[in-house]
Design a protein around this ligand. Structure first.
Ligand SMILES: Nc1ncnc2c1ncn2[C@@H]1O[C@H](COP(=O)(O)OP(=O)(O)OP(=O)(O)O)[C@@H](O)[C@H]1O
Length: 337
């Protein structure tokens, strides 16, 4: 549905060239909730803003339903933008207009009849559960309510795509959760494709199907949320994942015992529930010291990590590690004594 090919963006400021995006390639499927995560300055905003050409790419192509949007003229671009709604961190509502009029605004611009506008706005406000606030002004609403109005407004023209630019970054965790569930509900109900950027792994965990990790204008990792959580490959992704698992193996202190190994075990799906450690101790002549552990409930499965120190003769430890493989537990040696 969205296909990004060789996309680059250069900014020139004070005679300096900034390569904000470098030859980006990836695809987003119809109806998917696709997250883009990265640290500040990684290129997230630039990337998402290229998708509706709020930023003009310097190089490359973006295809939406097979149409190269980098080639559209002004009129075609206006039509395209009706099919792409956008929500922002600071909501961008019109303070002088009521909730009803904020949502009605894009419909008035599109030339809908008054009666049609009324019917649509009421349906959208009911969808975001704000029917009772229609005559209030943005200043009378909480942050979460403001974002609901912004979502209703973004959906006014029945878009195929919703772009979310850090939409929950200024909300508290509980409100964030409710806004993310609303976006998920709407995406499921209308088969809406959602592209969201965030710097918070918690957002990715709660709502996304797939995630791309961006660093210095390049996609350094892209996969399903389950695979990124269970087996992050780059240091940046590992640190995003451990930011919510709350235990980076680099920060755990363990005794440097000779003839021991520190192993990170990775559990995915049903393996989370198996008594692996006790079976390992029973079956092999080894001792196991648990250093840290966690289980994370993702949308469709569970992912767990366990950091253990295994003590024993090399041949017994290796037998235990081979047995883990048969049990479909992935492991990685963190320290070898
Ligand atoms: N208009 C601009 N002129 C010059 N440089 C820019 C401009 N906009 C962005 N940049 C630079 O491009 C790079 C990517 O910026 P971008 O805003 O896309 O990153 P980001 O990942 O969204 O960061 P943040 O999370 O802080 O918003 C940064 O180095 C930034 O300084």
């Amino acid at each position: 549905m969205i296909s990004i090919k060789n996309l680059s963006k250069k900014y020139t400021s004070e005679n300096k060239i900034v390569n904000a995006l470098n030859h980006i390639n990836f695809e987003i499927k119809k109806g998917e909730i696709f997250g883009i995560i990265g640290l500040s300055g990684a290129g997230k905003s630039t990337l998402i803003r290229c998708i509706n050409r709020l930023e003009e790419p310097s190089e490359g192509n973006i295809f939406i339903n097979g149409v190269d949007i980098t080639k559209l003229n002004k009129k075609e671009l206006r039509d395209l933008r009706k099919r792409i709604g956008m929500i922002f961190q600071h909501f961008n509502l019109l303070d002088s207009k009521t909730v009803f009029d904020n949502v009605a605004f894009p419909l008035q611009v599109s030339g809908f009849k008054k009666s049609e506008i009324k019917e649509r706005v009421e349906r959208l406000l009911s969808l975001v559960e704000l029917s009772d606030k229609k005559d209030e002004y943005p200043s009378q609403l909480s942050g979460g309510q403001k974002q609901r109005v912004a979502i209703a407004r973004a959906l006014a023209n029945n878009p195929d795509i919703l772009l979310s630019d850090e939409a929950t970054s200024s909300l508290d965790p509980k409100t964030t959760k409710s806004i993310l569930s609303l976006i998920k509900k709407i995406s499921n109900e209308f088969n809406l494709t959602v592209v969201l950027i965030t710097h918070e792994m918690e957002v990715i965990k709660q709502i996304c199907d797939r995630v791309a990790v961006i660093e210095d204008g390049e996609i350094i990792e892209l996969d399903t949320v389950e695979r990124i959580f269970s087996n992050p490959k780059t240091e940046t992704t590992k640190s995003f994942v451990s930011s919510i698992l709350n235990n980076s193996e680099n920060e755990i202190v363990y005794p440097k015992i000779p003839n021991s190994k520190v192993i990170k075990l990775n559990f995915l799906g049903d393996t989370v529930k198996k008594p692996i450690i006790s079976q390992m101790i029973k079956n092999f002549s080894i001792d196991v010291n648990i250093l840290s552990g966690n289980i994370n409930e993702l949308q469709t499965t569970s992912v767990g990590n366990l950091l253990v120190q295994i003590l024993g003769k090399d041949k017994d430890v290796n037998k235990a590690l081979n047995w883990l493989k048969k049990e479909e537990i992935r492991w990685e040696v963190i320290w070898n004594g």
